[in-house]
Design a protein around this ligand. Structure first.
Ligand SMILES: Nc1ncnc2c1ncn2[C@@H]1O[C@H](COP(=O)(O)OP(=O)(O)O)[C@@H](O)[C@H]1O
Ligand SMILES: O=P(O)(O)OC[C@H](O)CO
Length: 496
């Protein structure tokens, strides 16, 4: 029996999962690590702690399952995206804390680039917006602030990587400095049409080429693990950013197939095929993955900043209930929202509004409003935001969405899933294995080493747990969406 060890390095925890050839989870280990908030808007990680926890859970996972390293067919890596690490190639030590994707310290630099009129050329090449979310301005910030760093980077003494690259470097004992196309496409430095680093972009963002990793296909050769880590070498054969990996793990192989992850935030990705079409509706275009030498597959992406986090807020901030699951019964105890709308714009609004100054609001309150109505409005607010992104995706792709595949903690909520199906007018499908991120990396690795023959075989491993069919009339849906849009209109630009 052969297994795939999948390393899932997320924003708040490092996880390792072992999958067998039937794509079943054999063991899972997880460790949280520290978040640093040195000042408002800044979020940092200790890259060495990321590596330590990742290695620890990988070893613990093998121990727990009683699987020997020689039984591993390959290792897959998937990761929080955009987070930026720079280290010394000789010592392997980071020159500064990692700047996390949520960190807004480079917002001003981004605004300056937009003012210089560079948005169009950057969007045309990268599919992204000029925003501090992505890696490029984080790299320049580190090079300009850490004494001597820029000079050392130009001499080739320093290495940059997103978290995948950092893990691969450490897994291979410093032998491989590489990233995959999906992670490269999140840096603002990669031309997504050619999947190469682009000189004009490097110049715009002031990043020296000598610091960059090699870009490789997501399913392919990333070297082997150093012998001292697991007792023998194992090929690293699949690498992808976590949202792209989840899309692969959901077997969204056909254009028009979309997935939504309902975690802290919501990440919607739709397969748009082998051409990097840009969005006309304020979404971003990103590389999904590439298999060996095949053309890459692209995805349209919309991020909703607050999804499951609104449930956490009701639980911890307002003490509505003790555990997140309880929201379903509370919200289900009333037949509808009673006219209440909750726009969870706690940190502004993401796609498709991109309004950093929007703030949360609750509207439609009457003397008859109860906690149950508010709980229901909170769940509905998650679905409304996702429906707006889906609508933008549908209009961009000019193809009707066939179904929405879901995963993430809040996808366990049946009321929410039914409401999402009702609003979107398409079936919402929850798979049997909801560990789709780790599974996607495992699939990419397994394909490269021949554990699975092709994507058809993978599709046959993906199984449905439950389908939520839309059951709402068009009139009712239109009227709800209309009210939601009015509520969003009032939340926008509040912080100005
Ligand atoms: N039954 C539920 N109904 C609604 N939200 C839930 C439920 N269970 C968990 N959540 C929410 O899902 C989120 C956790 O999901 P998870 O996929 O683990 O997120 P992340 O990977 O972003 O940490 C939390 O924000 C939590 O409030
Ligand atoms: O680690 P997650 O699941 O919060 O995902 C983070 C995303 O990759 C950020 O773009």
């Amino acid at each position: 029996m052969k297994y795939i060890l999948s390393l899932d390095q997320g924003t708040t925890s490092s996880r390792a999962l072992l999958f067998n050839h039937r794509a079943q989870v054999v063991a899972l280990e997880q460790m949280e690590f520290r978040q640093f908030y040195p000042s408002p808007g800044r979020v940092e990680h200790d890259a060495e702690e990321i590596w330590r926890t990742q290695l620890a859970v990988a070893r613990a996972c093998l121990r727990k399952a009683g699987v020997r390293p020689e039984e591993l067919a390959a290792v897959g890596v998937t990761n929080q995206r955009e987070t930026t690490v720079i280290w010394d190639r000789k010592t392997g030590r980071p020159i500064a804390p990692a700047i996390v994707w949520q960190d807004r310290r480079t917002s001003e630099q981004c605004e300056a680039l937009v003012t210089r009129g560079l948005e169009e050329v950057v969007q045309g090449k990268t599919g992204l917006r000029i925003d501090s979310y992505f890696s490029a301005t984080k790299i320049a910030w580190l090079l300009d602030r850490v004494p001597g760093a820029r000079e050392r980077a130009e001499k080739g003494e320093l290495a940059f990587g997103t978290v995948d690259t950092w893990l691969i470097w450490n897994l291979t004992g410093g032998k491989v400095h590489a990233t995959d196309v999906s992670n490269a496409s999140r840096t603002l430095l990669c031309d997504i049409h050619t999947c190469r680093w682009d000189d004009e972009l490097l110049q715009i963002f002031n990043v020296p080429a000598a610091i960059l990793p090699e870009i490789r296909p997501s399913s392919g050769d990333f070297g082997v693990t150093a012998e001292y880590l697991f007792g023998r070498t194992v090929p690293i054969a699949g690498v992808a950013g976590d949202q792209q990996a989840a899309t692969f793990g959901q077997a969204c192989f056909d254009p028009g197939c979309a997935k939504n992850t309902y975690g802290t935030g919501g990440f919607l990705l739709m397969n748009i095929g082998e051409e990097a079409k840009l969005s006309n509706h304020r979404l971003i275009t990103t590389v999904g993955w590439s298999i060996g030498e095949n053309r890459p597959v692209y995805a349209s992406e919309g991020s909703v900043f607050i999804a499951g986090a609104v449930v956490q807020w009701l639980r911890d901030g307002l003490q509505f209930f003790k555990s997140a699951e309880e929201i379903e019964d509370l919200a289900g105890s009333v037949p509808d929202n009673g006219g209440v709308y909750l726009v969870p714009a706690f940190v502004g609004l993401g796609a498709p509004h991109w309004d950093a100054d929007a703030r949360g609001l609750m509207i439609g309150l009457t003397r008859g409003t109860t906690r149950a109505h508010i709980a229901r409005a909170a769940l509905e607010g998650i679905a409304f935001q996702c429906a707006e992104v889906l609508d933008a995706m549908g209009r961009d792709a000019r193809m009707p969405l066939k179904e929405l595949r879901v995963d993430g903690g809040a996808s366990r909520n049946n009321l929410l899933m039914q409401f999402q199906a009702d609003l979107s007018g398409v079936p919402v499908i929850r798979p049997a294995i909801t560990e789709t991120t780790a599974l996607g990396a495992a699939f990419l690795a397994g394909l490269a080493v021949g554990l699975w023959a092709d994507q058809e075989e993978i599709s046959s491993l993906w199984r449905v747990d439950r389908v939520f069919e839309p059951a709402m009339s068009d009139d009712e849906r239109d009227s709800l969406m209309n009210q939601w849009e009015r509520a969003v209109g009032r939340a926008r630009k509040w912080n100005t």
